[in-house]
Design a protein around this ligand. Sequence first.
Ligand SMILES: C[S@@+](CC[C@H](N)C(=O)[O-])C[C@H]1O[C@@H](n2cnc3c(N)ncnc32)[C@H](O)[C@@H]1O
Length: 206
Amino acid sequence: MKVGLFFMKDLVDLASAAAEPPADDFYEKVRPRLHRRIGRELRLARRVLDIGCGACELARYLAQTYHQDVTGVDVSSGSFPKRARSRASGRVRCIHRDARRLDFIKDETIDAVVTMWALHEMAHPLDIVAEARRVLRPGGEILIVDFPKDSLAQRLWNEDYFRPDQLTEMLQASRFSRVTTRLTERGQILWGKGYRPEATMGTGGP
Ligand SMILES: C[S@@+](CC[C@H](N)C(=O)[O-])C[C@H]1O[C@@H](n2cnc3c(N)ncnc32)[C@H](O)[C@@H]1O
């Protein structure tokens, strides 16, 4: 009986362990490769805004590798580095702010906006995409890198992720042009981008 009970307890422990999300470092392994891909995508930009920057790792990578001026914005400053200034000639600043209202950034002053693994967490993603458009110069690029629906992330953390068509719809609704969205990294990453249209004569601007 005792042995039986002991065995039962072990079974219960095994069952609750199985209910825990599996530890998986897939995304940590993929992170540096994504930083490199994002860097290549945005390398021509001089002023970059990283929305939902977390520990400002991407911002520091871009500043050090491409000497860009990078502003990271996050609603939580808990992970910010102590000194948010890179040793390279590029400059990094991490600002504690809700990306829904970036009133410290003037209209049309940013060359590229990036957000990595963060849009799905934002309570008002459409407002944030609209704010990104406001600060982008005409011709500037928005790049959204996130976990997609039905991915490993969904099984690990089960948050409300976007499908590629939902991201396309969001970017088009915010009047971005040349919008493309796709899955990459064996379907585990959603990669979407668009451009703020250039001003055209007689249309009343972009
Ligand atoms: C999963 S973390 C990703 C951090 C970082 N981009 C990375 O690649 O590690 C998502 C971040 O989005 C931030 N966030 C959520 N809502 C936000 C908002 N409204 N404005 C700014 N940042 C926000 C969170 O505080 C968090 O740091």
